[in-house]
Design a protein around this ligand. Sequence first.
Ligand code: ASP
Length: 318
Amino acid sequence: MWGMIATWRMAVEGITKGSELLKAGKDAGDAIETAIREVEDFPYYKSVGYGGLPNEEMEVEMDAAFMDGDTLDIGAVAAIKDFANPVSIARRLSHEKVNSLLVAEGAEKFAHKEGFERKNMLTDRAKAHYRKRVKEVAAQEIKPYSGHDTVGMACLDMTGKMTAATSTSGLFMKKKGRVGDSPISGSGFYADSKRGAASATGLGEDLMKGCISYEIVRLMGEGMHPQEACETAVNKLDAQLKERRGQAGDLSLIAMNPKGEWGVATNIEGFSFAVVTENQEPTVYLVTRGEDGHCTFEVASEEWMENYMKTRMAPIEE
Ligand code: ASP
């Protein structure tokens, strides 16, 4: 069995490419890196890689991670600027015994020395979004933190190897130097080929309070189906945050186990995800969360898919 599951509709082209490798018997590390690079390179996804939305100072600072579920190797970069594919730098760092999570200038220096492609990641479109938001914030107290989405993936290859990886430009208008859950092991991602892999999107500050990707892998290790593991972990953290703090930020998770079974859970409206397995063509689903915290999903209609692209590519009215 092989398969991949990923957060948001934006991942579908990536997992389609990744699935070609898996189908051909290739490695889960190569497949997930290929899949995430595809999302990083697409200029109209405004929360990952090229075209990602900038921080308060109009700089695109990105976080990314890679984990090998066989060896438990982890590599990650945080607040890195001006490199085309943060996920590849993260994967390269996963081969290091020490110094495998690098931030800002340190990460950039490493990437430069290793010959990774430099690229100005701030597009004119992202600048237009920025200028628009500055105006809106000045006009009224709009939460600067809406408008984000991380691509997070879990992958299983034919040999039974599992990987997890993430890439994001983080929260729009974040403070310079702010790091979310995405490059943090156990929070934004986790992979263990014996138990499964999981990844998160949502409000990093809250996702980190539950080490939620690890929690899901732990539950799968105890024998829970990925769907039950995702719902159990998300509902528990959501309830805990509400009880202790009065509110919970956005929490959305995807997971896969070593059998290629998968699951998702969310505490928001409008979460979408993409999945492909040996038995299933690449498919985008939309998730609905019931009152009881149980999540159901339906295949996104063609109309929804077309609308999605139209909105992504529509001109920005400043
Ligand atoms: N989790 C990401 C962060 O907090 C953002 C997102 O997934 O929407 O940086």
